[in-house]
Design a protein around this ligand. Structure first.
Ligand SMILES: [Zn+2]
Ligand SMILES: [Zn+2]
Length: 203
């Protein structure tokens, strides 16, 4: 196990990567940090640690920064379920933990305040109150005892195959190169997915 960075160091890195500080990002940072702690593992250099994420919200950037499971490396798998639930698994011993963040968290700003701030109708006082509530909420997500922010379950998961590197071939219509298994045949020509779709369904 590598050196464990403090939650604040991880948070700073995540904010830098994500571009802003928000509660969603905090969920991802906390989930990622908890996962590494539970699995007694450091940040993934390669594909030995896998994350299966059930949402594509801000939280995913926190997970990528903290755990090293990234879309580019192929060890971040996205399931479009709209849930703040993240499963982390290790290839070497098959251990897997699913962390479900409690999205109905305490100290959440009232919807009316959020609505006003988002539509630019909030007074300076309301904006400040909103900002304070947001910061309080982020601190809570990052620092509160584990059982106040999430539930943790040990699970069995069927691990996906390791990411493969495929041959790139040119599309016979647009000329752009694409990964061979994504090819389609249209009027006897080997074409990319965008040309196939444009051709058949108009998008
Ligand atoms: Zn965000
Ligand atoms: Zn094409």
């Amino acid at each position: 196990m590598k050196n464990v960075e403090s939650i604040n160091e991880l948070w700073q890195k995540a904010v830098e990567f994500h571009g802003h500080a928000c509660p969603g990002l905090a969920y991802g940072v906390r989930a990622g940090a908890l996962a590494l702690e539970k699995l007694a593992y450091g940040r993934a250099a390669d594909e030995e640690l896998i994350a299966i994420v059930e949402t594509d919200s801000c939280s995913i950037d926190g997970i990528q920064v903290v755990t090293g499971c990234t879309l580019g490396k192929g060890n971040l798998i996205f399931k479009d379920h709209g849930k703040s639930a993240f499963t982390f698994a290790l290839r070497n011993n098959g251990k897997a933990v699913r962390i479900v963040m409690d999205a109905g968290n305490a100290c959440r700003p009232d919807d009316y305040l959020r609505e006003k701030v988002m539509t630019g109708r909030a007074s300076p006082e309301e904006k400040q109150l909103f900002q304070e509530m947001k910061e309080k909420r982020i601190r809570h997500i990052l620092e509160a005892p584990e059982d106040e922010v999430c539930t943790v379950q040990w699970v069995d998961v069927k691990l996906p195959e390791k990411a493969q590197i495929f041959k790139s071939i040119p599309c016979e219509l647009c000329g752009e190169f694409f990964m061979e298994p994504r090819g389609r045949i249209k009027d006897g020509k080997i074409v990319c997915l965008s040309c196939f779709r444009e051709y058949t369904r108009g998008w």
